[in-house]
Design a protein around this ligand. Structure first.
Ligand SMILES: Nc1ncnc2c1ncn2[C@@H]1O[C@H](COP(=O)(O)OP(=O)(O)OP(=O)(O)O)[C@@H](O)[C@H]1O
Ligand SMILES: [Mg+2]
Length: 455
């Protein structure tokens, strides 16, 4: 693989790009001249997320399936999953590193190589040096994981113009293709490694996400891991088996029932019952499993099918086009998890609750708890309010304070990318602290143009 750019004169981007960086497959969609096409590699629009390092080369896609690293997105989201794979690994500064023929590489670096490969290939396909993309992520990824995925894309040479949740992207695709009537829809997205269910209201061309629920470790791979436990196959061999071969040795019931529980949770959060839905969109490769389709069909009479593997990238490219052309933005997405601050007595004060329409913000003033206190500590957490033990810490911070009265204002902002930033201001001396910074900044067409002129 040669990783260098195609040189061309700076012009306004002609192609609006959307990337679905999947656990099992990557799909890159390109919106151009009111049509969506896909990046094709070896005749296929669906590129296995597999990467193999040899001494002098990096092989990505189908040819890396046999001996390469798989499921890198799952490892970025949860490094504990490494025990499932037989990769030589170590943890350094909280980063998971894998040993490759080219030495130790962090998971972000490995993902960055895949992003770089996609950018190079797509630039070659459209004969233009592309940089800007909308990137999709599962709804349930916490901020730390989203940051890592965006960082990998940035290291791969992409400017991420928007981060969009996968089911929302699938809905945009289906709405564009089938012109869905006003009403409330469910999006059932079962991919290789993650399951998401979103409840979305469509009215007069506005898509409003009412609630989301999901599991970042439930998908087609759940079968593969079960297979691995019961047979002496390697994960590489399993992922090469044909779908029907896999399903002969499987019972999909255990996955199906888990997805129904999650679906009911999202419906309850939106305060509706399944019969209030106008239809359920089925998307993600594993939603093609017959037993899953039968279950969802038994729950609702209107099942909407699209191109299960490509809907997400299609929707991302549409969104990319809207952003490039400053089209009226009619998407109201929602926060997937609640965000709060853990106080001294380990209670969490929730600042932004899940399913709040984004962008959104919240502020809170903190004062000293004891006269001798020399600093105020903050632990910023994210998760389900009902599942405190599963909440994750996004970061712990300590702000020094002077004797006397003190007021620290902490501001939480969730931007249109669903990315969180947290700042604290000491109202007494005006000092500002950035506790968490969002790494994406939405770009206007003007900004993109000026960047290109200067590049
Ligand atoms: N025809 C099919 N029947 C059953 N399962 C299928 C079929 N095609 C693909 N799959 C399964 O779908 C999964 C891949 O789907 P997809 O490409 O949508 O996932 P992904 O986008 O890579 O993952 P995620 O969205 O979870 O990050 C694999 O587990 C694969 O075994
Ligand atoms: Mg997917």
């Amino acid at each position: 693989m040669i990783l260098h750019d195609i040189q061309c004169k700076p012009t306004l981007p002609k192609y609006a790009i959307g990337i679905d960086f999947g656990t099992t497959n990557c799909v890159v969609a390109i919106y151009h001249n009111e049509q969506v096409q896909y990046l094709k590699i070896e005749e296929s629009d669906v590129i296995p997320t597999a990467i193999q390092y040899t001494k002098n080369d990096v092989i990505i896609g189908k040819n890396a399936l046999e001996k390469g690293i798989l499921n890198i997105k799952s490892l970025i989201s949860n490094s504990d999953l490494i025990s499932t794979y037989k990769y030589e690994h170590k943890i350094e500064n909280e980063d998971l590193l894998l040993y490759t023929c080219q030495g130790w590489k962090s998971c972000i670096e490995i993902a960055a190589n895949i992003f770089q490969f996609l950018r190079f290939k797509i630039s070659k396909q459209v004969n233009e040096n592309v940089h800007h993309t909308v990137l999709t992520v599962p709804t349930r990824f916490d901020d730390t994981t989203k940051h890592k995925i965006v960082k990998a894309a940035q290291q791969g040479g992409w400017t991420v113009t928007r981060v969009l949740t996968e089911p929302t992207a699938a809905l945009l695709a289906l709405h564009h293709q089938k012109n869905l009537k006003n009403g409330i829809y469910g999006v059932y997205d079962l991919g290789g490694g993650t399951f998401d269910f979103s409840v979305v209201k469509i009215y007069n061309e506005i898509c409003h996400v009412l609630s989301t629920s999901g599991d970042t470790q439930l998908g087609g791979n759940t079968f593969d891991i079960e297979l691995q436990k019961h047979h002496s196959y390697t994960i590489q061999k399993i992922q090469k088996l044909r779908e029907n071969e896999k399903l002969q040795v499987q019972n999909a019931q255990f996955i199906t029932s888990q997805t129904v529980v999650i679906m009911n949770k999202a419906l309850a959060d939106a305060n509706i019952s399944i019969c209030d839905l106008h239809g359920i969109i089925l998307t993600g490769g594993a939603s093609q499993i017959q037993c899953i389709q039968d279950t969802v069909k038994s729950l609702h009479s209107n099942i909407i099918y699209g191109d299960a593997m490509k809907n997400v990238a299609y929707g991302a490219a549409l969104q990319s086009h809207k952003l490039l052309h400053s089209a009226e933005h009619l998407l109201l997405d929602a926060t997937p998890l609640s965000i709060g601050i853990e106080s001294l007595n380990q209670e969490i004060e929730w600042m932004i609750t899940k399913n709040t329409v984004i962008p959104t913000f919240a502020t809170q003033i903190f004062t000293r708890a004891h006269p001798q206190q020399t600093s105020i500590k903050f632990n910023i957490v994210q998760g389900e309010e009902a599942l405190l033990c599963k909440c994750i810490s996004l970061g712990k911070f300590e702000i020094p304070i002077q004797p006397g009265d003190v007021s620290i204002e902490v501001k939480f902002l969730v931007d249109e990318n669903n990315m969180l930033s947290v700042t604290a201001t000491n109202l007494d001396d005006g000092k500002k602290y950035t506790l968490l910074a969002s790494i994406t900044k939405p770009l206007t067409l003007k900004k993109i143009f000026s960047l290109q002129q200067n590049s």
